[in-house]
Every structure is written in C-alpha cells, then in structure tokens.
Design a binder for this molecule. Structure first.
Ligand code: NAD
Ligand code: TYD
Length: 353
C-alpha cells in the first residue's frame, strides 16, 4: 500500500461465508472511500462465487489466508496497513462441532487469539485499531419458556460451537480490559437469507423439499430460534462497527421466535404455492434429536435500538418468501455447494493473480 493512500483499511475475516458475503455486498458499494480486505481461507463454507459483483471493485481485495496462521496473517495486515477489523471467520455449524470439535477450537478460539495479538501489536506505537467481533446468542445457552437474552445474561454455552464462540468473546473482552484495545462485540440470533450453506435448517429444508427428499426435523421440532434476515444483521453490523461504544456488547435479534416445525411447514406451504405438485409437508420426518440441543433462543434487542436506533426491516414472512425465491432462482449455486464445484472457482479466478 502506498503511504499516500490514507483510506480506512478494514479487514473482514470470513468474507466468503454466508454473513460475510452479504456484509461485503452491503459495505463495498456503500463506502467507496474505504479499502476492504476479505481474509478467508475458503473452507467448505467459503464461496468466492458469492462475491462476483464486487470482485473487481477498486476498494476491495481478497487474500486467501487462514486466521490460524499468525505469520501469514501478519504479512497480510502489514501489506494493507490494516487499521480495523470485522471478524466473522469461524466454523459455524453446531452439528459439525459435535462430530468434529477440533477445527472449532483452532479457528474460533486460536484464530481469534491471533487476530487480537495482531491488533495489540498494531496499537503498540499508539495507532488506533478497532476490533469488531461478530458472535452469536448461542453463547448464552438455552432459555426456558419465558425470558430473553440481554447484554447482561450469563454465558452458558452447551455445544462445542457455542463454547468456542464464548471463549472467543471472553478473549475479546479481556483484551479490552487488560490492554485497552478498542473492541465491540455483537451477539446475533439465527440468520437466514441468500448464500447460506445448505447444511443449516432453512436452506437444507428448501433444497430437500425441491428435490422431494425427506425433511429431517430433530426431536419434536418444538425448539425455538429467533430468526433474523441476514441483510438486517448486516445493517446492524455496519452501525455497530461505526458507532458502537468501545468495550460494549450489543445483542441483535428480530423478535421472530418460531418453532422449527412451524418454519419447515411454512417452507413447504410457500414452495407448494410457487411450484404446485403434491403437498411437501408429507416429506417431514422426525429424526433423532441433536445431543445437547438448546430448546429456546430469544434476544431482547432493546439496547441496540435505544443506543443506535437499529431495527430490523424484514418481517419473517417477507424474509422467508424472499429466501425461498432466491434459492429457486439460484439452484445452480445450491447444487454447486453440494458437488463442491464452487471450490474450483477460486482456482480458476485467483490462482494466477
Ligand atoms: P459460514 O460458515 O457461512 O462462513 C464462515 C466463513 O469463515 C467461511 O467463508 C470460511 O471459509 C471462513 N473461515 C472459517 N475458518 C477460517 C479460518 N481458519 N481462516 C479464515 N477463514 C475461515 O458462517 P456464517 O454463518 O457466515 O457466520 C459468520 C460469523 O457470524 C461466525 O463467526 C458465526 O459464529 C457468526 N454468527 C452466525 C450466525 C448465523 O446464524 N449464521 C448467527 C450469529 C453469529
Ligand atoms: P441450525 O440451522 O443448525 O442452527 P443452530 O443450531 O445454530 O440454531 O439449526 C436451527 C434449528 O433447526 C436447530 O434447533 C436445529 C434444527 N435442525 C433440524 O431440526 N433439522 C436439521 O436438519 C437441521 C440442520 C437443524
């Protein structure tokens, strides 16, 4: 980077994943005066094909770097003189964390530690560095029938995924308290929308329902999640990154508490309306429950609303219909996820750059 270049330089880790892609598609055109560096090692969940509309933008760069590799990360931060970070890179799927927790420990805890150390290093001579850590409401564990997660809720993670995210949240907090690092943390509820890998509930059910496969509902299907359309989350991240108070945490949620079985039934109804054919509801199959399955998540978003004026724009019905239509319009994207075809995209597009 030229020393004449005085732009703000923001690293976005995990920018090729579901939320990261939606976030970069929101931020890159919106802030032409910043430089965004997408740092992603492209696990199975990273898909460069999500970012084709911004890949040649003047204010966007991509670096294939694993956040577990400190020296490679440092070289990347030095190359672009990174002065702020929105950290999304993580292993994110609870079921995978049950069958193979090791990657969750190394990426979610070790990777976050590396980024914190780099941020600390970069502030050593008094330069500012803003560290926005993107986390989940799953760190708070499971709620009973009533009550909400607030910024004061105790941490009670129950899965290897949520425990790894909770550990990262604690490290981020400690770097603020101990070293005075300028951090903000956001804990968001379940996202849904375009580009979500079809292993998560909503895209998995859409994909199976389109192809007439069983719709595997865990346990009794009465578990509750608080769903938020991904673009509403991205707007909240934009706001907190710019205006959130250092050392604070913000809970992000849309007051959309819905039982899993109700979501799967709604998806079947919407697909029946659009595609016709036999009622897809009959594909619903109750299967063995997930071990340690949290019963209910629900966010109280009062703090972010009062402090920063954030509110979600999409109702669940609107968001779900948009999401179904997106997956129908992008069936090739969805199929490429399961065939692994999308992983060739990086080789083709970036191997010689
Ligand atoms: P995702 O699994 O779709 O994407 C994760 C991205 O991180 C991928 O592009 C992957 O290649 C990259 N990545 C993983 N390990 C890496 C490593 N070691 N080095 C570099 N890149 C790596 O995840 P998502 O759903 O987009 O979630 C993004 C973040 O938001 C995560 O931190 C997750 O905990 C958090 N979050 C997700 C949700 C949700 O509902 N999806 C809700 C709240 C918070
Ligand atoms: P998921 O999308 O994996 O998100 P999380 O576990 O992080 O909340 O799952 C959402 C809910 O859907 C959760 O209660 C588990 C349930 N679920 C099923 O019933 N069947 C499935 O095939 C999947 C993937 C999830």
């Amino acid at each position: 980077m030229s020393s004449q270049d005085s732009r703000k330089r923001i690293a976005v880790t995990g920018g090729a994943g579901f939320i990261g892609s939606n976030l970069l598609l929101h931020l890159v055109p919106r802030y032409p005066g910043y430089l965004f560096v997408n740092i992603d090692c492209l696990t199975y969940a990273g898909n460069m094909g999500n970012l084709t509309t911004i890949e040649t933008a003047e204010n966007y760069r991509f670096e294939k770097v694993d956040i577990c590799e400190f020296e490679a990360l440092r070289a990347c931060f030095d190359k672009y003189e990174i002065d702020s970070l929105i950290h999304l890179a993580a292993e994110s799927h609870v079921d995978r964390s049950i069958t193979g927790p090791a990657a969750f420990i190394s990426s979610n805890i070790g990777g976050t530690f590396n980024l914190l150390e780099l941020a600390r290093e970069r502030t050593a001579n008094g330069r500012p560095f803003r560290f926005h850590h993107v986390s989940t409401d799953e760190v708070f564990g499971s709620l009973g029938k009533t009550g909400y997660f607030t910024e004061q809720s105790a941490y009670r993670p129950n899965s290897p995924y949520s425990a790894s995210k909770a550990s990262a949240d604690h490290l981020v907090r400690a770097y603020h308290k101990t070293y005075g690092l300028e951090v903000v943390t956001t804990n968001c509820s379940n996202n849904y929308g375009p580009y979500q890998f079809p292993e998560k509930l909503i895209p998995l059910m859409i994909r199976n329902a389109i192809s007439g496969k069983p719709l595997p509902v865990y346990g009794d299907g009465k578990q509750i999640r608080d769903w938020l359309y991904v673009q509403d989350h991205c707007k909240a991240l934009d706001l907190v990154f710019h205006e959130g108070k250092a050392g604070e945490t913000y809970n992000i949620g849309g007051h959309n508490e819905i039982e899993n079985i109700e979501i799967v039934t709604s998806l079947c109804r919407i697909l029946d309306e659009i595609l016709g054919g036999e009622p897809r509801k009959k594909l619903i199959t109750f299967v063995k429950d997930r071990p340690g399955h949290d019963r209910r998540y629900a966010i109280d978003p009062t703090y972010i609303k009062e402090q920063l004026g954030w509110e979600p724009k999409h109702t669940f019905d609107e968001g779900l219909r948009k999401t179904v239509q997106w997956y129908l319009d992008n069936e090739a994207w969805m199929e490429s996820c399961t065939s692994g075809e999308y992983q060739k995209y990086y080789e083709t597009m970036y191997a010689n750059r």
